[in-house]
Design a protein around this ligand. Structure first.
Ligand code: ZN
Length: 342
């Protein structure tokens, strides 16, 4: 196995863990307007109708106000999201260059091209169609769904003949329970999207040093079968090798997808496919128990459980147990401070 390519792969995986911290921070930021909306609902209800009485006219009035509130909320969220995505795109573009500087052999390091994305290029990346839809379209769909959720909650409250405070708490639950998770999922997915395109831009710029890219799934108990099936698929920069990078699928493949691209050097073979069962079998008994949990480990050792025979990438931290965390924690060789830019 090529040590350079193992280094590139490990560094990408390690970097994706850091990206999760950014996702969490950004989800909190985008949550701001939604929390404000929850508070505003109280005011709208109090000012709009007499306790206990939902006349048709009052209902329409409240509906209009709520829809306006959702409109504003998503407007504010889009501005915050847009700004966040710009920052993330630039940071991930630089990080991809940093990974190449960290991992490629010394003799080729001088030929690494480290041209950061310009603001106009970043703008284009953020707003380019993805799976056929633009960012604005995705936000609009989420907004329409949010309006429906809130209006339905209002109608349910009206039909049930419940009073102001009960209707208010039902509506706030609708915003808190359905609308905010949607916004958080959207934020995480968009961050994954721009991180991937920003990294790809840097890798493509250095295709004179790289053989291509490999699909890295975040394998754990919540990975979808489609992403597992793509794991470690290889795409080449050279137009005469098939499949080419142009044929690579779009990542994220679906909302909350955590897949990523890892580059490989043209001086070695891509990372081989390894298999989950074989990987688990190669761990110490203590680690196996922590990965699988004791009951599953018992069944597995007794031959009653076959681990899904999937190609394996080091799983992400999100759902991992301590031993696995320690295993991954030792892998990172990110040396941000060493990044030298021309
Ligand atoms: Zn995925």
């Amino acid at each position: 196995m090529s040590t350079v390519n193992k280094g590139l792969f490990d560094n990408v995986v390690q970097h994706r863990h850091h990206l999760m911290a950014t996702e969490n921070w950004a989800s909190g930021l985008i949550a701001g307007p939604f929390r404000d909306a929850q508070l505003a609902i109280r005011g709208i209800l109090r000012g709009s109708f007499i306790p206990g009485a939902f006349s048709a006219a009052a209902l329409r009035g409240i509906q209009d106000e709520l829809e306006e509130l959702i409109e504003q909320t998503y407007g504010e969220a889009l501005v915050l999201l847009d700004g966040t995505l710009r920052d993330v795109t630039l940071a991930e573009n630089e990080a991809a260059g940093g990974i190449l500087l960290d991992e490629l052999p010394e003799d080729v390091r001088e030929t690494i091209i480290f041209d950061r994305l310009r603001p106009d290029q970043i703008d284009k990346l953020i707003h380019a169609p993805f799976h056929g839809h633009r960012l604005e379209d995705r936000v609009r769909s989420a907004k329409i769904a949010a309006k429906l959720t809130v209006v339905q909650a209002l109608e349910t409250a009206a039909i049930a003949g419940i009073g102001v405070s009960a209707a208010g708490s039902a509506l706030r639950r609708a915003v808190g329970g359905a609308v905010y998770p949607t916004a958080a999922r959207m934020t995480r997915t968009e961050i994954q999207r721009v991180a991937n395109v920003a990294m790809l831009a840097m890798f493509a710029q250095n295709s004179h040093l790289l053989g291509g890219i490999q699909y890295v799934s975040a394998l754990d108990d919540s990975t979808c079968p489609r992403c597992v099936a793509n794991n470690m698929d290889t795409y080449y920069f050279a137009p005469w090798r098939s499949p080419t990078v142009d044929e690579a699928p779009e990542i994220p493949a679906h909302p909350n997808c955590r897949c990523a691209w890892s580059p490989f050097s043209d001086q070695g073979e891509p990372m081989p496919r390894t298999y989950y069962e074989a990987w688990v079998a190669g761990q110490t008994e203590k680690v196996q128990k922590e990965i699988l949990g004791l009951p599953r480990w018992g069944s597995w050792v007794a031959g009653k459980l076959v681990l899904r025979d999937v190609a394996h990438a080091v799983p992400y931290k999100r759902t991992l147990r301590p031993a696995l965390l320690a295993h991954i924690g030792g892998m990172g060789r990110r040396r941000r401070n060493n990044i030298q830019t021309p």
